[in-house]
Design a protein around this ligand. Structure first.
Ligand code: MG
Length: 195
């Protein structure tokens, strides 16, 4: 609560009392819980891709490792995007333990096949999250989630493209070498940065 004193000329003094109340249009519990679960899922994704980066580093494929490190940064940025959204909606962020990720893989193709399976799973999670927001009649969350729906289309297309190229190369050294060089060029673009 604060006071504003208005003085009109010398004659009149008006005092207005304004009660400032923080508008608490709380996000519904089911949406809040689902988004908190998604923060955990995005953090798991980040950790999974960092583990894949470690695997590629161990193989001496620094370009592939770089691609996975950028993937790690993207997933961490997704977690942060959900975090910031909950803060904006006055929802409490609750961070839970991240499940153990795989640490060993059966070669380059296996890594990207596992990436493909994982991204299909994330798409299911995002779709379910949208269903929760729709059932709750939460239009703001639906609008926010649209970005992730589009993002998943891109994620799945990227992995498919890589798997197609790997199939074409069929394990040949110079093809892998060229891919490694190309993947070394990938840079992280922060989706949370102001445009
Ligand atoms: Mg993600």
């Amino acid at each position: 609560m604060f006071q504003v004193k208005y003085k009109f000329g010398a004659k009149y003094n008006f005092v207005f009392l304004l009660k400032i109340e923080k508008h608490r249009a709380m996000i519904k519990k089911e949406v809040l819980d689902a988004i908190n679960a998604q923060i955990n899922a995005e953090s798991y994704s980040a950790y999974l891709y960092l583990s894949m980066a470690a695997y590629f580093e161990d193989m001496g494929l620094s370009g592939f490792a770089n691609w996975m490190k950028v993937q790690y940064q993207e997933e961490a940025a997704h977690a942060l995007k959900f975090f910031n959204y909950l803060t904006e909606r006055n929802g409490k962020v609750v961070l839970k333990a991240i499940e153990q990720v795989p640490v060993d893989f059966g070669g380059i193709v296996d890594v990207f096949e596992k990436t493909q399976v994982h991204e299909a799973h994330v798409t299911d999670l995002i779709n379910n999250l949208m269903n929760v927001a729709m059932a709750a009649n939460d239009h703001a969350s639906q609008s926010f989630l649209k970005w992730f729906i589009d993002e998943q289309v891109e994620e799945e297309a990227n992995v498919q493209k890589i798997l197609d190229t790997l199939k074409l190369i069929d394990g040949q050294g110079n093809g892998i070498f060229m891919m490694d060089r190309e993947f070394g060029q990938r840079v992280f673009v922060d989706p949370n940065a102001a445009v």
